[in-house]
Ligand binder design. Structure first.
Ligand code: DGL
Length: 287
């Protein structure tokens, strides 16, 4: 009798423990830590495994093929680390590689991106007539926001502007100073962003300059901080899939493909706490 129930018991125990498995989060660098930070605040019982592809950043200037290749490798690594879900915490990778990652791994675990929850949020609001989107060259060139928004909100005008200097500027610690003010003001003064009622911060680095963007607009337009919108989406998805962890059992881990002191120093700005970064080479075939 006892032996007949053993396999069932094992499956039951496995599925109970599986909920405690980590959530994998990845970005081209350390910008995605703004999303990881929002997730940890919204879901304090979850364990996170973060991967920042610092060896290959910025993704914003890379080809679609390169971004897909890197993203698939990282997603596979996070799956091998036992992640129960993966969040692509990079607008550039979400624009160009989400479908490939989903096709490759989507049957085995939920794959989430940082664009769909923001698109759903804007469509739900339904109040905007003109909306601005700023992001990397690759994100803006992909036109992913207008492509996803227009079928849901046909009367909305999406005004997009590539702002490639912003991510490296932030990563170098240039924000809330004269240099960042000049760069931000020059970009936001562009005629391409005229008469907008809201702006999407379509790059995971930009929450760090949200205050300065708000100052530029004198608080008169809505600034959509995607990190918070994405964190609530992750919570909802895990709840619906019965994957929420009841208690935090593991330790958060943070991997980068190239570890430098400057990355280590910047992590506190993005995540709030000091982080112990581990260097990991995942590019060999057998990883
Ligand atoms: N964090 C990336 C994003 O959200 C931008 C940085 C990069 O170009 O790698 O698009």
């Amino acid at each position: 009798m006892r032996s007949r129930f053993k396999p069932l018991l094992r499956i039951f125990c496995f599925s109970m423990n599986y909920k405690n498995n980590p959530i994998g989060v990845f970005d081209s660098g350390i910008g995605g830590l703004t999303v990881a930070n929002a997730i940890r605040k919204a879901l304090p019982h979850e364990t996170l495994i973060y991967f920042g592809d610092t060896a290959h950043m910025p993704y914003g200037d890379k080809s679609a093929e390169a971004i897909k290749y890197y993203s698939l490798k990282i997603a596979k690594f996070l799956q091998l680390m036992g992640c129960k879900a993966i969040v692509i915490a990079c607008n550039t990778a979400s624009s160009l590689a989400y479908q490939d990652v989903k096709d490759f791994l989507g049957e085995t675990l939920p794959i989430m991106n940082v664009i769909d929850p923001v698109v759903a949020h804007i469509a739900q609001q339904g109040t905007y007539k003109n909306i601005g989107v700023i992001g990397t060259k690759a994100t803006i060139k992909s036109a992913v926001y207008p492509k996803k928004l227009l079928p849901l909100t046909p009367n909305l005008v999406v005004k997009s502007l590539a702002t490639p200097l912003l991510a490296p500027m932030i990563e170098e610690g240039f924000f809330e100073n004269n240099i960042s003010k000049t760069v931000i003001n020059t970009y936001l003064s562009s005629s391409k962003l005229k008469n907008i009622e809201a702006i999407v911060l379509a790059c995971t680095h930009y929450p760090l300059i949200q205050k300065e963007i708000n100052q530029f607009y004198n608080g008169k337009i809505d600034i959509l901080n995607t990190a918070h919108i994405v964190a609530s989406h992750v919570k909802q998805q895990l709840l619906e899939k019965n994957l929420l962890s009841g208690t935090k059992t593991g330790k958060d881990q943070f991997f980068v493909s190239d570890k430098t002191t400057s990355f280590e120093n910047s992590t506190r700005l993005f995540f709030g706490n000091k982080i112990n970064l581990q260097q990991k080479n995942i590019w060999a075939n057998n990883v």
